[in-house]
Design a protein around this ligand. Structure first.
Ligand code: HPA
Length: 293
């Protein structure tokens, strides 16, 4: 059954494959902003201010992008901003879709696949996370150097579309070493402390138990959250170079005595946001002056 697309776009049909859906979404975006992004950015919970760094472009509500799922979580506004940061062409997704909202992983990764299809060769994923290591308290920034997918799910399950990427993509270097080193230098240039660590993804939406957090720490995780991993996998599948940063919003369950409360995410993001923004500006400036090799 065809369903109506947003105004001015053709209806979607059940027989559409991922590429056809992405291309329809790309066409709607390009009709409003022709410049292809070099860097795609996903703004995590409470980090919508990243979108405000974007100059001279357009803000497109997700509802105006055919095929784009709309987030339901408070703190995720749901718009794509295309323009420039420090002169670098970027596209910023403010508002992400989580698996725990009930969306299939195909929908969870639609936005980042769109960034890649629009032309982004690099992506920066940001999120709010719980700190497992005792030195990663609220407000700390942690660059993700690897991940543990604890969800038992993978966005690439199902038939593989070879036009997107290979059936069995390598994941031995999900988080790009050169892009990561650029971020470290950008953080140093902005006088911001940027820790490094492994991110564990749990499905949520309930927070972890203290026993689960101890398990994750034993497995090598420094931070824990409910996003990012499917996006990183889908982007690597498409050959995009990925960097990711967690803003620690709370000590993970059992690390401190306090109980967990989602309202912390926004408060801490407001405090830590400006530090993350200064790293992003310095990174964009660096990529604009010298593209990745
Ligand atoms: N656990 C999982 N996800 C999170 C947390 C946490 O402690 N904090 C913010 N997102």
């Amino acid at each position: 059954m065809p369903t109506d697309g947003p105004e001015g776009t053709p209806p979607m049909t059940d027989s559409d494959d991922t590429i056809a859906r992405l291309d329809r979404a790309c066409a709607a975006i390009r009709s409003r902003h022709a410049q292809a992004p070099v860097l795609g950015i996903v703004a995590g919970s409470g980090l919508g201010a990243i979108g405000e760094l974007v100059e001279g472009g357009v803000a497109i509500p997700y509802g105006d992008i055919p095929g784009m799922p709309v987030p339901t979580v408070v703190g995720h506004s749901g718009e794509l901003r295309c323009g420039r940061i420090a002169g670098l062409p970027v596209a910023v997704l403010s508002g992400r879709i989580h698996r725990y909202e009930g969306h299939p992983l195909e929908s969870v990764v639609f936005g980042v696949r769109l960034l890649a299809r629009l032309g982004a060769s690099a992506a920066l994923l940001t999120n709010a996370a719980g700190g497992i290591r005792p030195w990663l308290g609220p407000g700390c920034l942690c660059r993700i150097v690897d991940h543990l997918n604890m969800t038992g799910e993978n966005p690439l399950c199902g038939p593989n579309d070879d036009r997107l990427g290979p059936r069995f993509p390598d994941m031995s270097q999900v988080y790009d070493v050169e892009l990561g080193a650029r971020m470290d230098r950008a953080a140093a240039a902005a006088s911001v402390t940027l820790h490094h660590g492994v991110y564990a993804m749990m499905s949520g939406p309930s927070y972890e138990t203290p026993a689960e957090v101890r398990m994750l720490g034993t497995l090598g995780a420094a931070v824990v959250g409910m996003s990012t991993v499917p996006e990183a996998i889908a982007l690597r599948h498409m050959g995009v170079r990925v960097a990711a940063v967690s803003v620690v919003s709370n000590a993970a369950a059992g690390v401190k005595d306090a109980l967990l409360d989602h309202s912390e995410v926004k408060e801490v993001a407001n405090e830590a946001g400006p530090r993350l923004l200064s790293i992003i500006e310095a990174l964009a400036d660096s990529l604009n002056r010298t593209p990745l090799s």
